[in-house]
Design a protein around this ligand. Structure first.
Ligand SMILES: NC(=O)c1ccc[n+]([C@@H]2O[C@H](COP(=O)([O-])OP(=O)(O)OC[C@H]3O[C@@H](n4cnc5c(N)ncnc54)[C@H](OP(=O)(O)O)[C@@H]3O)[C@@H](O)[C@H]2O)c1
Length: 284
């Protein structure tokens, strides 16, 4: 749970500790569907000016160059910004993965990425792919490696097979998709794998739920802030996406209030198995 001390400091950056003992800022700007070019650059610039120190991109988002360029131009020390990118499904397999990583690093124009993820548990190939990620950590161009869209059984498989345990598992999580994913969350926790919540705002679908408005009104906060705070209090890394500077500020202003146990409980019980993106449930 966030410490009482950090709760008192509005807008303070809060971090979680990865199994390698490195720190990961708990809120990251998501840039899925952020249009390449000025739209993504403006979003990343607004986020860095607000205090975000974590950007979550992927090869398939087509905006690695904009993310890298904006970070380089920001004047912020590279070591103070946490950058994640992801390996796309077409690039699985040992040699393909090494080549795809080189292309991503080149697109970003950075010397290293903080976190490189397998975007999706592509059957069979994902094991060789993981060996390549392990290899990539050896020369310092990747600080941490992890997975995304892995359910409990995919985590079990990698733990059985791999010398290096993933640092994170990035999965869709919101109060509307929480109990359904609890076995995966627990499997990660048991093994020291940090859980990252993607599509934490349900892609906007549930922002008009009166329960969120009711809970938010107690704290003078919006529905989006309630959802992000819920994820923070569950010790998830949370990755809200916006290209709107006002919302980017809003989504970060969640360290000056706390949801009560009762409010957390109400939110935990909103599960309706709402998957807004792709669903790994059928992946062997
Ligand atoms: N690993 C994976 O497979 C995977 C899959 C999906 C997502 N992700 C990651 O997770 C990030 C977030 O997920 P997401 O992009 O699917 O959706 P999301 O963050 O749940 O929702 C984004 C939507 O909410 C709107 N929005 C943002 N802040 C708002 C606010 N304060 N009030 C009202 N509306 C607001 C955004 O519009 P505006 O931009 O116009 O503000 C956008 O339409 C992605 O960008 C990506 O980094 C990963």
């Amino acid at each position: 749970m966030p410490s009482a001390e950090s709760d008192k400091v509005p807008m303070a950056m809060q971090t979680l500790t990865l199994r390698t003992r490195r720190q990961i800022p708990q809120i990251g700007l998501g840039v899925y569907k952020s249009e390449p070019g000025p739209v993504t650059k403006n979003a990343v610039r607004a986020a860095l000016e607000t205090g975000y120190r974590h950007i979550d991109t992927a090869m398939i988002y087509n905006n690695e160059p904009d993310v890298g360029e904006t970070i380089r131009a920001s004047g912020i020390d590279r070591s103070d910004v946490f950058v994640t990118t992801k390996l796309w499904n077409d690039d699985h397999g040992y040699d393909n993965t090494l080549a795809a990583f080189n292309r991503s690093l080149d697109q970003l124009g950075l010397d290293y990425v903080d976190l490189y993820l397998i975007h999706w548990p592509v059957p069979v190939l994902r094991l060789d792919t993981w060996r390549a990620l392990e290899r990539l950590t050896l020369d310092g161009r990747v600080r941490d490696i992890g997975v995304s869209n892995y359910l409990a059984r995919h985590i079990d498989e990698i733990l059985e097979y791999a010398p290096v345990v993933p640092a994170v598992n990035q999965i869709e999580l919101s109060p509307y998709l929480y109990r359904t994913r609890l076995d995966t969350v627990e499997r990660c926790r048991e093994n020291g794998i940090v859980v990252e919540a993607y599509s934490p705002l349900t892609k906007g679908r549930k922002l008009d739920d009166p329960i969120l408005a009711e809970i938010g009104s107690v704290h003078g906060k919006t529905a989006a802030q309630v959802l992000i705070r819920w994820a923070v209090q569950h010790d998830f890394v949370v990755l809200p996406k916006s290209v709107n500077p006002d919302r980017i500020v809003e989504n970060y202003a969640v360290f000056d209030f706390s949801l009560s146990d009762e409010q957390m409980d109400r939110l935990d019980n909103l599960d309706e198995g709402l998957v807004t993106g792709w669903d790994p449930a059928d992946v062997e």
